[in-house]
Design a binder for this molecule. Structure first.
Ligand code: PNS
Length: 161
């Protein structure tokens, strides 16, 4: 059984993330989409809200499981008996940080490989922060996020309009 962890903040999940999940599912039997605590970020959505978004937008696919973890990613990956960590690479600008994380994770546990997947090029410029900024000012993000997230963003920001 080939198992992968796709970790991230997913605040919120975007169509770019979903593209990576679909690609990962063609290679792995099981993909854990793992929401991590990122101490450098102040999330808009709670962990429960983010888990709900992921479950809804992956159509409750039994080969995809959404979870929250705290602590080190490599320890979580080992606890799931995962062979790989999946990360999306959109552009060269992602590379330096991802390279550093991959090598650091490998030095912590060399039995977990990082696998980089490139999303469809139409998602090259897409990230969760830009989606939140557009939604905050009333812009239309329906092409960039799943329906459940679009609805929730509108609810969160409607008081500001
Ligand atoms: O979506 P993000 O914010 O780019 O994801 C970053 C994330 C969550 C993958 C990274 O911060 C992480 O792995 N956090 C868990 C703690 C950990 O293991 N840190 C060491 C990474 S080298």
């Amino acid at each position: 059984m080939k198992i992968a962890i796709y970790p991230g903040s997913f605040d919120p999940i975007t169509n770019g993330h979903l593209d990576i999940i679909e690609r990962a599912m063609t290679i792995f039997d099981k993909v854990f989409v793992a929401i991590a605590q990122n101490i450098a970020k102040d999330p808009l959505f709670t962990v429960e809200e983010r888990l709900h978004h992921i479950k809804e937008s992956t159509n409750n696919n039994k080969n995809v499981e959404a979870e929250y973890f705290s602590g080190l990613l490599v320890e979580y990956a080992a606890s799931k008996k995962a062979q790989a960590i999946i990360r999306g690479l959109r552009a060269v600008s992602d590379f330096e940080n991802e390279f550093q994380m991959a090598l650091m994770n490998r030095s912590l546990r060399e039995d977990v490989e990082t696998v980089f997947l490139m999303p469809n090029e139409k998602y090259t410029y897409l990230n969760s922060s830009i989606v939140k900024e557009i939604a905050r000012y009333g812009g239309d993000v329906s092409n960039f996020v799943p329906a459940v997230v679009n609805k929730h963003l509108r609810q969160k920001f409607e008081k500001l309009q």
